[in-house]
Design a protein around this ligand. Structure first.
Ligand code: ZN
Ligand code: ZN
Length: 151
């Protein structure tokens, strides 16, 4: 009798791989309340059912657009989600209004989509994505710890 053909994945390794792309628990990615402060131009706030609270400005969200084009552009420029493009230094001082959506709507039951004033609208901001980029002190601190960013 032979055990050939059966490969056992060492338990540790399997666990470590899972840790990397671990999906967030359902309660962490289910919003209890979503507030989009469209007329105030303020941003978005979400209360999650696990009791966590997240808030983003529209400017941040525009620079964190999760569409393929923006993700690629950020990767090329080495920007993190929400990190604005560097301003051209030689340009004349020009007033650019802060990014704001004309409208926002829910996509199914899993995401938000914005129609930005600059005409862009390709980004689908899933609850999972938004929770992963939560900007509260607790989450940004945890993210810094994980990536080892000195502070
Ligand atoms: Zn985009
Ligand atoms: Zn948070």
């Amino acid at each position: 009798m032979s055990h050939e053909g059966i490969r056992f994945v060492p338990k540790d390794e399997e666990a470590r791989e899972k840790e990397e792309s671990r999906p967030l628990p359902r309660i962490a990615v289910t919003p209890e309340k979503v507030r989009v402060f469209l007329s105030e131009g303020k941003g978005v706030e979400i209360d999650w059912i696990d009791g966590h609270h997240s808030a983003w400005t529209f400017a941040w969200l525009r620079d964190a657009c999760p569409c393929a084009t923006c993700v690629e552009e950020r990767a090329l420029e080495g920007r993190k989600p929400g990190q604005p493009k560097p301003k051209p230094t030689a340009a004349l001082p020009m007033y650019t209004p802060p990014p704001k959506p004309k409208s926002a709507h829910a996509v199914g039951r899993y995401a938000l989509q914005f129609n930005w004033l600059d005409g862009h609208s390709g980004g689908i901001y899933s609850w999972e994505y938004l929770r992963r980029v939560c900007q509260c002190r607790e989450c940004t601190f945890a993210a810094e710890e994980a990536t080892g960013t000195p502070n």
